[in-house]
Design a protein around this ligand. Structure first.
Ligand SMILES: [Zn+2]
Length: 247
């Protein structure tokens, strides 16, 4: 019996976990290598600096202007092309046309384009009396203001003539006389390619381009317009209204 107790005692000593000895021996505690090592440092990846998004360059402004309309044949085509390229223009309208097609005038204005006056009957000023000239500018500006509900700010004399009556009356009507800086002579029977080339060769910031959407067959002008707008966009230009030109 005694012997059995001794054996059990010895066995119990053997069964004591090893760390108990170590814990009381003054040695360093025996612990798992995994837990004794310093926690591995988690490498926080250095964020790659994100370059600032470059500001989109502002388009270079120029102004397409269309005289002698509105025309049911060509003005809607011009409006569609302007829309397609996100462009706007100024339309110098003649009274005989805008009184006949007031809805067309309103469509032009509704697209954000600018309405401007170009006389009532497109007369040659050399053959009119002073009172007739006065009527041409006064009635066209008043008529457009009434139909378009827009602040009509510009008048362009037919044939670009400098005329004393127009010059005197314009400030009284609170309009500015505007001519152009680029004239491809689109009315002279030349092809769309030539019209476009003449415009694009002279395209520069703030230029005012004279085109026609009425007064004859203007299909070459319409065809040229698509070439002009595409190439102008490629060069960073965009057509705006005269009021937005801010040269
Ligand atoms: Zn004209």
């Amino acid at each position: 019996m005694f012997r059995r107790i001794v054996v059990l005692f010895v066995l119990s000593l053997i069964a004591v976990p090893q760390f108990s000895f170590a814990a009381t021996s003054g040695d360093k505690p025996i612990t798992s290598g995994i837990t004794s090592s310093p926690a591995p440092r988690i490498q926080t990846p250095t964020p790659t600096p994100v370059p600032p998004t470059p500001a989109k360059p502002q388009p270079i402004k120029f102004a397409l202007t269309f005289d002698d309309g509105p025309s049911p044949n060509y003005t809607p085509q011009v409006l569609a092309l302007l829309d397609k390229f996100g462009a706007q223009a100024t339309f110098f309208m003649v009274g005989t046309n805008f009184t006949q097609y007031p809805r067309l005038l309103q469509q032009v204005a509704a697209k954000g384009n600018e309405i401007a006056a170009h006389s009532m009957t497109h007369p040659d000023p050399d053959y009119l009396s002073n009172s007739e000239l006065d009527y041409e500018i006064t009635a066209s500006v008043a008529g457009l203001r009434e139909i378009s509900d827009q602040p009509v700010r510009y008048f362009r004399p037919p044939y670009g003539q400098r005329n004393y009556i127009y010059k005197k009356r314009a400030p009284e009507l609170d309009v500015e006389i505007v001519y152009w800086t680029v004239d491809p002579r689109d009315w002279s029977g030349i092809s769309s390619d030539i019209i476009a080339e003449r415009v694009l060769d002279n395209l520069e910031p703030g230029c005012i381009v004279l085109l026609h959407d009425g007064g004859g067959n203007r299909q070459e002008t319409v065809d040229a317009l698509e070439i002009i707008l595409r190439e102008a966009n490629a060069r960073g230009y965009n057509s705006v209204t005269l009021s937005n030109l801010e040269i």
